[in-house]
Write a protein that binds this ligand. Structure first.
Ligand code: HEM
Length: 344
């Protein structure tokens, strides 16, 4: 991914100039990243607004608990048959000798359909929700898009019939609007990149692809490795030092902005020997973060990844790249378009 990762890790914790000209402290070695994500002096509360990923304890603890309960492993595992069905339906359109675009025909529709059904967002709203998410994740439109997204969710809460879904389960929780905006955006935009970036890495490694074709039981392990290799939040997550904080022996002064680079940590050769090649059976990565903010959707994303890659390989063993894919410009690392040929 970025050529800076190696530079950053060589330096250890150090200030760098961000694209907007401000100074941020970059944390990039694996051990430092884990230490930083566990450090109570590095606050997540950068933007007021009460989305749980931007709160600290004790508020964070209260906001997270009911959502964690709603996203239980048991509930996620029970989604498998439905995720398989959505996957199969989408991939029916791949039964063609022509090229297809992975992002628009599969990587987007799968996770957004899953998260909307799980939460209880009506099918007719899906395009609107996808548009709002895209605007919310674009620097220039972010603030205005948040207002419109919140309005959309308020309206949904006021008009929606109760059902067997997460919105109904959480309806009496505080900060529900913010939580739902977070779940809708985090619940699909990142998983798109797991499917897109992951499939690209796999198609570029025919030996690994063949191993998985020969032994589909390796797929869960392969999903872990694809998550490590090209994480959606590669640049990392942001924190603010509320006091002087020592990470990896270096003092980061109070009030500093800090970026914890998950992508750089995932390529740290001291933890992942030969980090730039795909290899099964490695130690755990930090693609889903670490500590109290550890991703609440990790189980769901892994299940979606297993079903997506498992089904793609089973149905289209001859799948190959049709053109050099194009990366888009966004703080979530992903592809704008990605053309493949499902059949030779
Ligand atoms: C938090 C990554 C999928 C919901 C996080 C964090 C990371 C992450 C790195 C920690 C942020 C921090 O420490 O500041 C990913 C990746 C995904 C993914 C790479 C897919 C491959 C999902 C899905 C959902 C979800 C499917 C929801 C259904 C959340 C929530 C948080 C979170 C609610 C905030 C947790 C907290 O602050 O306590 N995610 N995520 N994520 N993720 Fe995910």
């Amino acid at each position: 991914p970025t050529p800076y990762f190696d530079e950053w890790r060589k330096q250890g914790p150090a200030p760098v100039e961000a694209p907007d000209g401000n100074q941020v402290w970059m944390i990039s070695r694996f051990d430092d990243v884990v230490q930083a994500l566990n450090h109570p002096g590095l606050s997540s509360a950068i933007i007021p607004g009460g989305m749980m990923n931007h709160t600290d304890p004790p508020e964070h603890t209260h906001l997270r608990k009911p959502v964690a309960r709603a996203f239980s492993t048991r509930r996620m595992e029970a989604l498998r048959p439905r995720i398989q069905q959505i996957t199969d339906e989408l991939l029916d359109a791949w039964d063609t000798e022509d090229e297809v675009d992975v992002i628009s025909t599969f990587a987007y529709p799968l996770p957004i359909t899953v998260i909307c059904e799980l939460l209880g967002v009506p099918e007719r709203d899906r395009d609107e929700v996808r548009g709002l998410t895209a605007e919310l994740l674009t620097m220039e439109t972010m603030v205005e898009a948040y207002g419109r997204f919140a309005l959309y969710v308020q309206n949904l809460l006021a008009t929606k019939e109760p059902g067997d879904d997460v919105i109904t389960e959480l309806r009496d929780e505080p900060n529900l609007v913010q939580t739902l905006v977070l779940l809708i955006t985090a619940g699909h935009e990142t998983t798109v990149q797991l499917i897109g970036n992951g499939l690209l890495a796999l198609l570029r490694d025919p030996v690994m692809k063949q191993r998985l074709l020969d032994d589909p039981l390796l797929i869960p392990d392969a999903v872990e490795e694809l998550l490590r290799y090209d994480p959606p939040l590669a640049e990392g997550v942001s924190r603010t030092a509320t006091t002087d904080v020592v990470i990896g022996g270096v003092t980061i002064p109070r009030s500093s902005q800090v970026t914890v680079s998950l992508g750089a940590a995932n390529r740290d050769p001291s933890r992942f020997p030969d980090p730039d090649v795909l290899q099964l059976g490695r130690d755990p990565h930090v693609t889903f973060g670490h500590g109290i903010h550890y991703c609440l959707g990790a189980r769901l994303a892994r299940i979606e990844g297993e079903i997506a890659f498992g089904t793609l390989l089973r149905r289209f063993p001859e799948l190959v790249l049709a053109a050099e894919p194009e990366w888009r410009v966004s703080f979530i690392r992903g592809l704008a378009s990605f053309r493949v040929r499902p059949k030779l």
